[in-house]
Design a protein around this ligand. Sequence first.
Ligand code: NG1
Ligand code: ZN
Length: 569
Amino acid sequence: HAWAQTYAKATRDHPLPTESDGGAPIQFSYGTAGFRTRAEILHSTCFRAGALAAARSLAHGGQTTGIVITASHNPARDNGVKLVEPNGGTMPMALESVAEALANASEADAEAQIAALGEAARMVDASAAAAARASDRKPRVFVARDTRASGRALADAALAGIRAMGVEAVDRGVATTPQLHYYVLATNTGAPDAEADYYARLAAGYAALTEKDEDDMTETENDTDNFPPLVIDCADGVGGDKLAGLSEAVESYGLRFDLRNRGNAADSSLNDGVGSDLVQKARTPPMRGGFESLEPGTRCVSVDGDADRLIYFETPRSPGEPIALVDGDQIAVLIADFLGEMVREAEPYLTDVRVGVVQTAYANGASTKFLTERLGEPPACVPTGVKHLHHKAEEMDIGVYFESNGHGTALFSPAASKAIEEATVEALTQRAMPQVKALLALTHAQRCINPAVGDAMSGILLVEAILRVRKIKGSIANLYYTDLSSRQTKVVVRDRTTIKTVDAERTCEKPPGLQEAIEKILDDEGREKVRGRAFVRPSGTEDCVRVYVEATDEATVGRVTDAIVEKVR
Ligand code: NG1
Ligand code: ZN
C-alpha cells in the first residue's frame, strides 16, 4: 500500500491509552453507534478511525466519507466516533470487526493496523467496486464534531489519521451528526454541501409542503397561521446553534422556534437534566430552560446532544400531572399516516407504492397494535440501533422507522421516488388536481427530510408541516392510540455479555432459565388481561442490562419490573 509507511510512522505518535482494565489493555468496541467511552482514552481510536474513514474513501474510488466525533446523549465527559459511508449512511456492520481489530491492535503492531486498513480499503460490493475503478476523484474525508470540550483534540487526532493515509482531510467544524451525514451524501451526488445549503434544502421542502392553495386562502384567515413558537430544548448541545441557523431559514415561512438550553448559559451542562433521553425515559420536562412556567399543554420538542433524535411532549395540564409524551412511536405513526393518506389520494396515478413502518422491541405495544390493524400486518421489528431500522426500511417503498427514543426518519426508495415523479406528470396532464396535490405533498416531504439519516431538525420540520397541513393545533399526544404504561430500567451486572437474545431482542436465549422466569412472572400477572410484555437485553452503548416492561397500569409494570430485575441480578 502506498500509505503503509507514512501510516506506520504516524501511528506511533498516537499511542493507546496507558490505562488498563484490571491489568488487561482496554478493549474498544464498535457498539450500536460507533466507539464510545470516556473522552480521555479515545485519542488513538480517533486517529485510527480517521485512517479507517480514509481507507473507505479509497475503497470507493475517492468518494468522500466522513467521521463524526460525538457521544450523542451520553454525559459531557464521554465522547465517541462514528464513520459515515459515501452514501451518507452508517458504516456497514460487516466492517465492525475490522474496525475493532484496528482500534485494539497494539501500537507496536503497525502491521496489524495496516492489515485491517487494507481490508477496509478492499471491502466494497461489486457495483461500488466498478464505480470506484472508473472514478478519478481525489480521496477525501469530512470531519465534524459536537460541542464537547474534548471534541477539538479528538477531531485533530482523526484529521491526523486521515492525512497519515495520504488522503485529504476537511475539518467541517462543529455540526450535528445528521448534518455531517448530509454533507457527505450531498458532495458525492454533486449537490451543494455548505451548511447554508442544508438549511435551504430543508426549509424549501417545508415551505412547499405547507404552501396554501386557493381553497385554504379563502378560509377566514386560516388560524393555523398563528401557531405559537415551538419551544425546543436543545439539550445544551450542538442543536442550540444549529437550530438557530435553521430557524432563520424557516422564519419567513411562518415557523418560529423558541430555543431553550442552547448551551450558552452559565449553568449549561450537556445532556444533564435536559435533552430527549431524559424526557423520554424519565417522563419529565427538562429541568432547566423554564419549562415549568410555560402554559399548561404547551407543545415542546427535546433533542439529544448531537441532534439526531427528537421527542415531542406537552407540558402538564395541571400541577402535579406528568407531561404528555409524544415519543418516536407516535411520531412514526403521525408521519406514516400522513404519507399513507397521500399515497391513497394519489390513486389511480400512483399504484403499487406501500408505506411500511419499522419498530424495535421498545415500541409501545399500543402503537404496534394500532399499526397492525391499520396496515393489515404487524410492522417490522428489528434489533435496537438505527442501523438495523434503516436497513429494514430500505427494503420498503416508503419506510418510516423510529426508535421510541426519537431516532428515525422516512425513507423513499428510488423506485418510489420515480413512481411519484411519473405519476405527477401523468396527473398534471389529466388535470387531476386532487391527485396532483397529494403527489406534490409526497415530493415536498422528500425535500423536507434529510435523505441520509434520521435528523431532529428535519424531523421537526416534517412534523410541523404535517400538523399545519392537517390543521392540527391542539394536543398531539395519543392522537391515534393511548400508550400502555411502560418502564425502562438499567441493571448493572458483572458481565452483561452472558445475556444473549434472539427474535429482535424480544427473547433471551441465554442464560438458561431467564426467559422462562420472565414468562412466568408475566403469566402470574394475567398477561392477557394486563397486556403485559417484557424483555431484557444487554445495552450496546453502556455497561448495563436494560429491562423493559409494559402493561395497562403502572402498578403492574412496577411489580413485573422488580421481579425481573431480581432474576437478572
Ligand atoms: P443501547 O444502549 O444499546 O440500548 C441506546 C438506545 C438505542 C440507540 C443507541 C445509540 C435505548 C433503549 N437504547 O442503545 O435506541 O439510540 O443507544 O444511541 O434507548
Ligand atoms: Zn444522538
